[in-house]
Design a protein around this ligand. Structure first.
Ligand SMILES: Nc1ncnc2c1ncn2[C@@H]1O[C@H](COP(=O)(O)OP(=O)(O)O)[C@@H](O)[C@H]1O
Ligand SMILES: O=C(CO)[C@@H](O)[C@H](O)COP(=O)(O)O
Length: 579
């Protein structure tokens, strides 16, 4: 019997499930779309909000329903779960789930004849999971940044300065706001370990990579950071209790947590021997969808944009995130996370389509034509100033600023900026198409330049750029990614499956179950990897002359960001950017 492996991606708006074979080839995929399938929860784009307090959260009951539904959908399309030997998964990062004192009992006694929702409502001390878009923890972030001295010291210890969405500040706020519920909470899971717990039939450990999204884990020493635990626990006397709520964190990302809960064997026909392999965060899992080498970069072009690199260098800085690599000790994941990705691009696309009275308001055609036909940085002649802009219809994380749009002409000789107005002679509306892509990729280049190495005779830049997520199908976006970021070997996209994150989870399950003693994830993947079938080279990366021009623009781009931060910097999340 050919063995199969199942991977999940529980993200903001969807739960996706993917089944692959031992040869890593895709067999089945299905998804549940929260807004479309569960509108009765009153959610919008997967979440509920309390704008008065900046809260964004999701009902845990919805996650439970989604798990049963996605399995049913896989089954309806012919999936044979009796072949599944291993399951792993990914959860949107930073979100937390609070378990009640009855959790273990309820998880361990599930009846395959009833749904998860019918049986697990009493397993939670709080019905909601704070979402990564939550911005309610300003005060708590200030306390976290101050706890070890300053934001830089916090980043050195935990891989990131304090961020609103990080689990530590979220737990502190939860503790302050609901002291009795906090006390009555038996365990706290991340979204990833919550999902693993359901499949395991008991509360599962957090994963060695995802735990780094909490501002609580001391990355270099591989343990909880006691001063930060004391902060979240409301004093050193609460540390032991919080440590037991959070649980132990196994170092091995391929560890089996045990066999599947009998609920899933009885209800869906999984073998009782199916192993549950550590579930990780959605970003670490995305990195596992292909054999990512050092100097390769992944750009995930979804609702948000994330930029991911695997590196052996631990160079934490308040401007970005370092996390443990999900499978390989000694490697780290470098990450930049932007709230303004696809949505910001869509705004420009829509404005352009409106002005040209395009017949299809959602078509990317005009946007793409303009993005590729406008000269580099909007500069017709070398003596012209360049155009530089920021487009943040929503508050941004990198840099941390409130919503806004900034357009400038940058004089490369005097290194000065002058304001530009949209629709005047120097900045027609059509210039925005190229400018937004340049802006998004310049921000990635600015922050990742210290991590890349020379490629043969070429200057320091990524070897390959891999594009994943919804925007990866757009050739103009790929073209600009190559022009700005380089990539000595070119720009690629994944050919298999609609979802790199769930695919990475399925690969992790395969590795966790099938690895030979000591066999690393990269070697396991390389051995089964089929370059022609799995990835497609879309376009050139490095172009001599063009890449250098964008290098010269970085200084101007940093000035543009400085202006935005001075005008609209966001409290503690903006402080470090202002230095
Ligand atoms: N042809 C296209 N060109 C550019 N962007 C696209 C295209 N098709 C889809 N997208 C973008 O992909 C995004 C959704 O990507 P997806 O990876 O499914 O997001 P998420 O996982 O965050 O829900 C949307 O913002 C949409 O604008
Ligand atoms: O907060 C972060 C990373 O730090 C986000 O990348 C979330 O992990 C996003 O999840 P989805 O967009 O996949 O729902």
């Amino acid at each position: 019997m050919a063995e199969q492996f199942l991977g999940f991606d529980l993200s903001t708006q969807q739960l996706k499930g993917i089944i692959v074979g031992s040869d890593l080839k895709l067999i089945h995929e299905a998804k549940v779309d929260f807004d479309a399938d569960f509108s009765r929860y009153g959610i919008e784009k997967g979440v509920l909000t309390n704008p008065a307090e900046g809260e964004v959260f999701a009902p845990v009951a919805l996650f439970l329903e989604a798990i049963d539904l996605v399995l049913q959908r896989l089954k309806d399309q012919g999936a044979d779960f009796s072949k599944v030997q291993g399951i792993s998964g990914a959860g949107m990062q930073h979100g937390t789930v609070f378990w009640s004192q009855d959790a273990e009992k309820l998880l361990g006694g599930l009846d395959g004849g009833k749904t998860l929702l019918e049986q697990l409502e009493g397993a939670f001390s709080h019905p909601f999971s704070p979402n990564w878009q939550d911005a309610s923890t300003q005060k708590q972030c200030e306390a976290f940044d101050a706890a070890l001295g300053d934001a830089r010291k916090l980043a050195e210890a935990t891989g990131s300065k304090a961020h609103h969405r990080f689990s530590g500040p979220q737990i502190l706020r939860f503790h302050n706001k609901h002291p009795d519920v906090y006390k009555a909470t038996s365990r706290i899971s991340l979204v990833s370990s919550f999902l693993a717990s359901i499949f395991l039939g008991k509360v599962a450990p957090m994963d060695i990579s995802d735990v780094c999204g909490a501002n609580l884990w001391d990355i270099e020493n591989g343990c909880w950071q006691e001063d930060l635990l004391a902060l979240a626990a409301g004093g050193s006397e609460g540390v032991q209790d919080l440590t037991s709520k959070l649980g132990d964190v196994p170092q091995d990302g391929g560890a089996s947590f045990g066999i599947i809960s009998t609920y899933f064997s009885k209800r869906y026909g999984f073998p009782s021997s199916t192993e549950i392999i550590a579930f990780t965060g959605d970003n670490p899992s995305t990195m596992l969808a292909l054999p990512l080498r050092s100097s390769d970069a992944m750009v995930s072009l979804g609702t948000s944009t994330t930029f991911l690199m695997s590196t052996s260098q631990y160079k934490p800085d308040p401007a970005y995130h370092f996390m443990n690599h999900p499978t390989t000790a000694g490697l780290y994941m470098f990450m930049l996370c932007y709230k303004n990705g696809g949505l910001a691009r869509e705004h420009i696309r829509d404005a352009i389509n409106k002005s040209t009275t395009s017949s299809d308001a959602k078509s990317w055609e005009s946007f793409n034509d303009l993005a590729t036909s406008t000269p580099v940085l909007g500069q017709d002649a070398p003596s012209d100033p360049t155009r530089l802009a920021l487009y943040f219809p929503r508050p941004e994380i990198v840099p941390s600023v409130k919503a806004g749009t900034w357009r400038f002409l940058y004089d490369t000789k005097t290194h000065t900026l002058s304001d530009a107005k949209p629709d005047d002679k120097t900045w027609p509306l059509t210039a925005d198409a190229r400018a937004i892509l340049e802006s998004q990729f310049l921000s990635l280049r600015l922050r990742s330049q210290s991590l890349v190495e020379p490629q043969g005779d070429l200057p320091a830049q990524p070897r390959r750029i891999y594009l994943v997520g919804g925007g990866a199908v757009n050739p103009a976006i790929a073209e600009l990614a190559g022009q700005v970021l380089g990539g000595s070997d070119g720009v690629y996209k994944l050919e298999i499956g609609g979802n790199a994150c769930a695919l990475g989870a399925a690969y992790k399950a395969a590795w966790g179950v099938q690895r030979r003693s000591g066999e690393g994830f990269e070697d396991f993947l390389e051995e089964r990897w089929n370059e022609e079938g799995f990835v497609q080279r879309i376009c050139e990366g490095y172009r001599k002359g063009v890449w250098e021009k964008y290098g010269d623009a970085l200084e101007g781009f940093a000035l543009v960001e400085g202006r935005a931060v001075r005008e609209k910097g966001e409290g503690v999340e903006g402080k470090e950017e202002r230095r």
